[in-house]
Design a protein around this ligand. Structure first.
Ligand code: FES
Length: 81
């Protein structure tokens, strides 16, 4: 089981995390039941000028910057392979 945490802080939210939140209900069949999806407040990764990397997610605590639905799914599949 991988824990996918989607930042819902303001910076990430406006940079695309709002769309990522739909992963909680739209995981593909090969990932369903193998990923726990939660939202969280600002992870603190957008500070110090790093807001260009938003939106951020973490996979088991490991950050992924500039997250898109495609990049998150690829990272999840790589982790679960
Ligand atoms: S708002 Fe997402 S890391 Fe700060």
């Amino acid at each position: 089981m991988v824990h996918l945490q989607i930042c819902q802080g303001t910076t990430c939210y406006v940079m695309g995390a709002a769309q990522l939140a739909s992963l909680a209900t739209t995981l593909p069949d090969d990932l369903r039941g193998r990923v726990r999806v939660t939202g969280c407040r600002c992870l603190g990764l957008c500070r110090d000028g790093a807001f260009g990397g938003a939106p951020y997610v973490t996979l088991d605590g490991e950050p992924l910057a500039c997250a898109t639905t495609e990049s998150v799914l690829a990272a999840l599949r790589a982790r679960l392979a």
